[in-house]
Design a protein around this ligand. Structure first.
Ligand SMILES: Cc1ncc(COP(=O)(O)O)c(C=O)c1O
Length: 414
């Protein structure tokens, strides 16, 4: 089937959840995706922060082949060889104690919310006075299931599905006074993304993070750090919270863990983990042998190839080049982000649309989020030469911006 016939078939057969861009990718190599005509595209989005080691990475291929010819699934009723090996690595890199493995970001976040409620139940059982409400942040994004949309700020994600989970209040981003005013012993958890992704690449402030930690400590509420987009090396440290020297009680991972094989994870302290006993929570596929084998290979490759240092280095270079561009063009109003999680904010949504579309015309993949922000979440193996190509293209496009280009639909679907 070619692109046109696939488009026609999908428009009749699929639930219309996405407005896909009209490109058909058939393979990938390194940081490039190849379309059905054999054209290569420099991928600065990596499947929305998923293909951390890029495409056709030998370590990933080897793990998939080795494990898929041995064992793909056992269910969580039995042991297999990968779970403990992966949990050892995840606890070592995170500083947290225990792991729950699942299949996606929203499933991990949902488990973190349930864990918070169960933790509250345990504290109440010990005679402590603590409520069951959540504080989440304005411009947050936590996923698409009912608890996740309830803690997601944008109205458009919640409104069609009302009533979503009640008991969530939103705090103004980085507003410590608002956080303090809304926090009380009614709160069972504070939900944050250390670097907001869908919200437009906004790192949380140190003061806000510290205040959230202090408030949770004062009542026994849990501090939940959603690192589904910003975690697992993306910012140049394994976890974005490590830039702040603050340990949350719970963190969630998904996107890049298994380089595209679906996987999510919840990591938590021993204290928080006490609330969960057998039968309270589960998943059929979560933590299966195939996903575990690939995740182990990804972690070992990131370590072996010193990719965290590489991300810090290329991320700084990328940030610097974008900042130089911003200094030359008034229409670029901000450059934000850490490591290889970067955002370039333009002064209008229309311009951001045009620039994203024209980059695509030049076979460079980025995405637009929060209307005006071009988002870069490239594979960790990106090199300086790729950044130079992208920044040169951006410079030319922005310079000629008002000559106009066909707008592309917004594609910010996390
Ligand atoms: C911070 C954050 N949390 C949760 C999710 C949901 O993850 P998934 O799409 O795997 O359910 C996303 C997806 O973009 C995300 O960026």
């Amino acid at each position: 089937m070619n692109l046109a016939s696939i488009q026609a078939a999908e428009s009749k057969l699929l639930l219309q959840t996405y407005e896909r861009n009209p490109y058909l990718f058939v393979s990938g190599q390194g940081v490039y995706l190849r379309d059905e005509n054999g054209q290569d595209y420099l991928d600065l989005l990596s499947g929305i922060g998923v293909s951390a080691l890029g495409y056709a990475h030998p370590a990933v291929e080897e793990a998939i082949v080795r494990q898929s010819t041995r064992l793909i699934h056992t269910s969580n009723l039995f042991f297999h060889e990968g779970t403990a090996e992966l949990a050892l690595r995840l606890t070592e890199i995170s500083g947290l104690d225990r792991v729950f493995l699942c299949n996606s970001g929203t499933e991990a976040w949902e488990a973190a919310l349930k864990l918070s409620r169960a933790h509250t139940g345990r504290l109440r059982g010990e005679g402590r006075n603590i409520g069951s409400k959540f504080l989440a942040l304005e411009h947050s994004f936590h996923g698409r299931s009912m608890g996740s949309v309830a803690t997601t700020h944008k109205e458009k994600y919640r409104e069609p599905f009302q009533p979503v989970m009640p008991g969530v209040e939103f705090v103004r981003f980085n507003d410590v006074a608002d956080l303090r005013a809304k926090f009380s012993d009614e709160i069972c958890a504070i939900c944050i993304e250390p670097v907001q992704g869908e919200g437009g690449i906004h790192p949380i402030s140190r003061k806000f993070f510290e205040a959230a930690r202090e408030l949770c400590d004062s009542t026994g509420a849990l501090l939940l750090a959603d690192e589904i987009q910003c975690g697992f090396g993306r910012t140049g440290k394994w976890f974005a919270y490590q830039h702040y020297g603050i340990l949350p009680d719970v963190t969630t991972l998904a996107k890049p863990i298994a380089n595209g094989i679906p996987m999510g994870a919840v990591l938590c302290t021993n204290n928080a983990a006490q609330a969960i006993t057998p039968g309270m929570h589960g998943t059929t596929f979560g933590g299966g042998p195939l996903a575990c084998a690939v995740a182990i290979a990804v972690i070992d490759t990131i370590k072996r190839d010193n990719l965290l240092e590489h991300i810090q280095d290329t991320g700084e270079f990328f940030h610097g080049e974008l900042s130089k561009l911003a200094a030359r063009h008034d229409c670029i109003v901000d450059v934000r982000g850490i490591g290889l999680m970067l955002g370039l904010e333009l002064n209008s949504a229309e311009l951001a649309k045009q620039v994203a579309a024209q980059l695509m015309d030049r076979r460079i993949i980025v995405n637009r989020t929060s209307e005006t922000v071009l988002r870069f979440l490239p594979p960790y193996i990106l090199e300086r030469k790729h950044i130079e190509t992208a920044v040169k293209a951006l410079d030319e496009i922005v310079s000629a911006a008002y000559a106009g280009a066909a707008p592309a639909g917004e594609q910010s679907h996390g």
